[in-house]
Design a protein around this ligand. Structure first.
Ligand SMILES: N[C@@H](CCC(=O)N[C@@H](CS)C(=O)NCC(=O)O)C(=O)O
Length: 241
């Protein structure tokens, strides 16, 4: 059985869960406790970040490397097709989603969590003991605001501009590149899941997110597209993609 070592609410881990589901592979989720649990991740993989996939003797770290590994393990349906133009487009979009978009999404979510103690509490792992949860979610907003301008105007408008372009493209198309689901779709859908959490994030988080972005009128087609993908992949018996 494949094992996925993960933080449940990490976008990179969601990207890999989506890839596993798209391919119909069964897997076991191993939840890593931030900090202390990463020692075991380091012993396992030689680095401390999640996701890490374990397939018997084979250990693969990094969401991109894992998705490529899965494409070889189970070629159908392919996440990266053979056509070189599609490959170039997919690689560029995936790289942008994993770097620039991921950094902006993280700042946006952190800023939203600073402003909203309910969101902070929903994001903490389920096994965080009650008293610690209370301390972390009770931190006065003013104190955290020392870090102000986490998510600056320029970064926000660059991200919005790119996401609106994708939203517009996805009103008439169901995928970002070519005519089948690819790694580009999974990488983007996973990152925007931190801007508005999908149903698969659980009832505490589903539908919540970053005010001003999760409810932005020009982005609704993008979140609807992501919701359809999330339903298709994570409903108990997903239909073939
Ligand atoms: N490039 C990596 C990024 C993975 C990553 O940033 N993982 C974060 C969770 S979202 C992590 O493990 N952070 C803990 C740390 O850096 O100590 C990938 O695509 O998998």
């Amino acid at each position: 059985m494949l094992e996925l070592h993960q933080f449940r609410h990490s976008a990179f881990c969601l990207k890999v869960r989506m890839a596993l589901r798209a391919k119909g592979l069964s897997f076991q989720e191993v939840e890593v406790t931030p900090g202390i649990g990463q020692l075991a991740v380091f012993r396992l993989s030689g680095q401390r970040q999640v996701p890490v996939l374990v397939d018997g003797e084979t250990v693969v770290a990094d969401s991109t490397a894992i998705c490529r590994y899965l494409d070889e393990l189970q070629p159908e349906p392919p996440l990266i097709p053979k056509d070189p133009r599609a490959v170039a487009q997919i690689q560029l979009i995936e790289d942008w989603a994993d770097t620039t978009l991921a950094a902006s999404v993280r700042s946006a979510l952190l800023q939203a969590a600073v402003d909203d103690s309910d969101l902070r509490s929903a994001l903490l792992p389920d096994d965080v003991p009650g008293p610690i949860r209370q301390v972390m979610t009770g931190v006065p907003t003013g104190w955290l605001n020392g870090l102000n301008e986490l998510f600056g105007q320029e970064e926000r408008s660059a991200m919005l501009n790119n996401l609106i372009a994708m939203a517009d493209a996805l009103t008439s198309e169901s995928v970002l590149v070519g005519n089948a689901l690819s790694l580009a779709d999974l990488a983007v859908a996973a990152q925007i899941s931190l801007l508005r959490f999908p149903a698969s994030s659980g009832s505490l988080l589903a539908g919540r997110g970053v005010p001003g972005i999760s409810d932005h009128p020009r982005l609704q087609s993008l979140f609807n597209w992501r919701d359809q993908l999330d339903d298709r992949l994570f409903q108990p018996d997903p239909s073939p993609v």
